[in-house]
Design a protein. Structure first.
Length: 54
């Protein structure tokens, strides 16, 4: 089977775009997890401060 150069280039571009999209989604998910943990920590600190104040 002989693949035309244009078809090969299109397949490579598509694969690179798919990989970039996968990496971007992974990065966004990791950032969301970090933000969530930070928010949970802040909420726990606020509860502790409120308990001490009472």
């Amino acid at each position: 089977m002989h693949i035309q150069p244009d078809s090969l280039a299109a397949a490579q571009i598509s694969a690179r775009l798919d990989e970039a999209d996968r990496r971007r989604r992974h990065h966004e998910l990791a950032r969301a997890h970090r933000f969530s943990r930070r928010a949970e920590r802040a909420a726990a600190q606020a509860r502790t401060a409120l308990a001490r104040a009472l």
